[in-house]
Design a protein around this ligand. Structure first.
Ligand SMILES: Nc1nc2c(ncn2[C@@H]2O[C@H](COP(=O)(O)OP(=O)(O)OP(=O)(O)O)[C@@H](O)[C@H]2O)c(=O)[nH]1
Ligand SMILES: [Mg+2]
Length: 289
C-alpha cells in the first residue's frame, strides 16, 4: 500500500517547512518517506530537502512564462494542465516507490484549492494508482490575530475541503509564535492570549465574529456588514467542518500528535500483514541435541 499526503494551504503557511519536518520525523521513526515538489515556481534554493520527485523536471513556471508569454497565474494553471496531460510521467516517477509515504508539497496559490479542478483530478489519478490519499491544510497562527482574517481563513479551508473530497486535516501552523517555546501549554504571550482564547480559534467559535466590541467593528458598523457576519456565523454553526490541530515544530510531541492524526486518517498500516515471529531454523535446535 502506498500513501500520499497533500500538504496544502495559502502562501507562506509553512507547507515546505512542515513537509521537511514530517519527512524527517518519519525517517527517524524508521519509516520511508519521500517528498514530492508540486510547485513549478519553486526556486532552486527554496527547499531544505531534496525532493524525490519534482514537477520542475517536467515543467517550470519560468519556462512557461518565457516561452508561452504568460503571466505567473496563467502560467501556473498551464503547468498544472500540462501535468495532468502527462500523468504517465508522474506515474513512472512514482513507480519506484512501494510501501512508501509520499509527502506532496503543493504551491500556495489559494485559488488552486478553492475552485480549480486540478487537485481533485490529481487525487483521482493517485487513487487510480492505488495510492491512499489525504490532505492537510495549513493556516498560520498569525491568522488568529485578526478575527476577520481568521474567518476568511476558515472559509477558504472549508471551500478547499469541499472541493477536494479526500480525508482532511486542518492544521494551525507556527504555534511557536503564539505559545513561546513551551510546547503544549498555551501560556499567554505578552499577556495577550490565554489557553481558552486559543481554543476558540482551534475549534472556531463563530461568536468571535459577533462580539462586536472593538473599534474596528464600529468603523465597519453598517447593517449589511453585520448581516453578512450573521450569515457566516450561521454557516459555520450549521456546518462545523473545520477545526484545527495546533502544530508547533519546536516540539516533537506536537509533531508526533499531528503525524498520528494523519496516520489515523489514512488508516496507515491497517493492511500490513501481522508480523509472524521469525521461523526457527535448524541451527536454533542444534545445541539441544
Ligand atoms: N516561527 C515559525 N516560522 C515558520 C514555521 N514554518 C515556517 N516558517 C517560516 O515561514 C516562512 C514560509 O515557510 P514555508 O515553509 O516556505 O511556507 P510555504 O507554505 O511552503 O510557502 P509557499 O510555498 O511560498 O506557499 C519561512 O520564512 C519559514 O521559515 C514555524 O513552524 N514557525
Ligand atoms: Mg513552499
Amino acid at each position: 500500500m502506498r500513501y500520499a499526503v497533500l500538504v496544502t494551504g495559502p502562501a507562506g503557511a509553512g507547507k515546505s517547512t512542515f513537509s521537511t519536518a514530517f519527512a524527517t520525523h518519519l525517517r527517524v521513526s524508521k519509516r520511508t518517506a519521500h517528498i514530492v515538489n508540486l510547485d513549478p515556481a519553486a526556486t532552486g534554493d527554496a527547499f531544505e530537502y531534496q525532493p524525490a520527485i519534482d514537477i520542475r523536471e517536467l515543467v517550470t513556471l519560468d519556462d512557461v512564462m518565457g516561452e508561452m508569454n504568460m503571466g505567473p497565474n496563467g502560467g501556473l494553471v498551464f503547468c498544472f494542465e500540462y501535468l495532468l496531460e502527462n500523468m504517465d510521467w508522474l506515474e513512472e516517477e512514482l513507480g519506484g516507490f512501494d510501501d512508501d509515504y509520499l509527502i506532496i508539497d503543493c504551491p500556495g496559490q489559494i485559488e488552486l484549492y478553492t475552485h480549480h479542478p486540478f487537485l481533485p483530478q490529481l487525487v483521482r489519478n493517485l487513487q487510480r494508482m492505488s495510492i491512499r490519499t489525504c490532505a492537510v491544510y495549513l493556516l498560520e497562527s498569525q491568522f488568529m490575530e485578526d478575527r476577520y482574517k481568521f474567518f476568511s481563513g476558515v472559509l477558504s479551508a472549508m471551500s478547499a475541503m469541499v472541493n477536494l473530497e479526500v480525508p482532511w486535516i486542518n492544521i494551525m501552523s507556527k504555534m511557536d509564535l503564539v505559545s513561546g517555546s513551551s510546547s503544549d501549554t498555551f501560556e499567554p504571550r505578552n499577556g495577550k492570549r490565554g489557553k481558552r482564547d486559543i481554543a476558540r480559534y482551534l475549534d472556531p467559535d463563530p461568536m468571535l465574529l459577533v462580539a462586536a466590541r472593538d473599534g474596528r467593528d464600529q468603523q465597519r458598523g453598517n447593517s449589511r456588514f453585520h448581516d453578512l457576519n450573521r450569515a457566516i456565523v450561521q454557516l459555520i454553526e450549521d456546518h462545523p467542518l473545520v477545526s484545527f490541530l495546533p502544530l508547533d515544530l519546536t516540539s516533537t510531541d506536537s509533531l508526533e500528535t499531528v503525524v498520528s492524526h494523519i496516520d489515523f486518517t489514512m488508516q496507515y498500516g491497517e493492511d500490513e500483514e501481522p508480523k509472524e515471529p521469525h521461523d526457527l531454523d535448524e541451527g536454533d535446535f542444534a545445541d539441544m541435541e
